[in-house]
Design a protein around this ligand. Structure first.
Ligand code: ZN
Length: 100
């Protein structure tokens, strides 16, 4: 089953972003770590290159569908990746990929 957010999830994700409830803590070439202030609590969202993981309970009820927190961070991730290609703008806390 495809793990794609529904249109409703994208709308909720956009709302989370607009309300400043998404905090990105680390971005690397293949992954991102963020926390999202959801309606029921603050959740940690991680993508290590193989898909999205969130600590919210929604994932337990709907393991085949990403939650709005993942969708919100996915929107940021997409923007960061594009920025990386053009001007290299990144959030603070970007981990060093390698020494030197
Ligand atoms: Zn979630």
């Amino acid at each position: 089953m495809p793990r794609k957010p529904t249109a409703r999830m994208w709308r909720k994700a956009a709302r989370l972003l607009l309300q400043g409830r998404v905090a990105v803590h680390a971005v690397g070439p293949h992954g991102i770590l963020a926390t999202v202030e959801g309606d029921e609590g603050v959740y940690e969202v991680v993508n290590e290159g193989n898909g999205w993981q969130c600590t919210c309970p929604y994932q337990d009820y709907h393991p085949s569908a990403p939650c709005s927190h993942c969708a919100a961070v996915a929107l940021v991730w997409r923007a960061v990746k594009k920025g990386d290609e053009t001007d290299g703008i990144r959030p603070e806390g970007t981990p060093d990929g390698h020494q030197g």
